[in-house]
Design a protein around this ligand. Structure first.
Ligand code: MN
Length: 235
């Protein structure tokens, strides 16, 4: 599997779906849900994980992957396939639906499908440590130090009330920021570019950490895929 997929590839594969004419033509390594025309029907597919399902243990167990990826993420994709055909969103990529759909079930399932693929790609069993280069510069400019960023992001993840997501984003002015979104929210709808995310829905951590969200967030730092995060910065 390609561990170096960045958001640019991610977007490219999503928007490239109109050229796909059969399910068999969907690239196996595609990191994002794809639409594909088969007998005239739009289909979105669950992208493969970029690592084996037990690779993130003990931070994220194989059992959590079975439920979180195999059931929750799969269900969002399945729901899109039930909801989208025959609507104004037919033939759109997942990302296009996220940007276009009003609040409601179609947005919720598209955004959750997008967010989860982004979440999985932001993690790697060889992750952790600190970033370098332009990403490190942006973090230091926005948060003072890497420790300052870590504190701000962890606080956003732990304090998000109820289900949602914590994000590192790039604002339109080029600065980096930490934001929270509730439920299926995605920063792209506010014009921000997502760089990394942490899922703080209970289904992300309850099997491994029960109610201890802060412990999950603390351990999560050991998995961050800085190559992916850096790759999401505009070149
Ligand atoms: Mn989730």
């Amino acid at each position: 599997m390609n561990h170096a997929l960045n958001r640019r590839d991610f977007v490219k594969t999503v928007t490239g779906m109109v050229a796909v004419t059969a399910l068999s033509a969907v690239p196996e390594k595609c990191p994002a849900e794809q639409g594909a025309t088969k007998k005239g029907k739009l289909m979105y597919t669950l992208p493969p994980l970029p690592y084996p399902k037990d690779a993130l243990a003990p931070v994220i167990s194989s059992e959590t992957i079975d439920f979180h990826y195999g059931k929750h993420h799969q269900t969002y994709v399945d729901n899109l396939n039930k909801m989208v055909p025959g609507t104004e969103f037919d033939s759109l990529s997942v990302e296009q639906i996220v940007l276009k759909a009003p609040a409601g079930p179609v947005f919720n399932n598209a955004a959750q499908a997008w967010n989860h693929t982004f979440y999985w790609n932001g993690l790697t069993p060889k992750g952790g440590g600190e970033p370098t280069g332009a990403l490190a510069d942006g973090i230091n400019k926005a948060f003072g130090t890497f420790a300052g960023f870590k504190e701000a992001f962890s606080k956003a993840a732990v304090s998000q009330f109820g289900s949602g997501w914590a994000w590192l984003v790039r604002k339109k002015d080029g600065s980096l920021a930490v934001v929270q979104t509730g439920n299926a929210g995605n920063p792209m709808t506010a014009g921000d570019t997502p760089l990394w995310t942490c899922d703080v829905w209970e289904h992300a951590y309850y099997i491994d950490y029960r109610n201890a969200r802060a412990k999950y967030v603390d351990q999560f730092w050991g998995l961050v895929n800085w190559e992916f995060v850096s790759g999401n910065l505009p070149k």
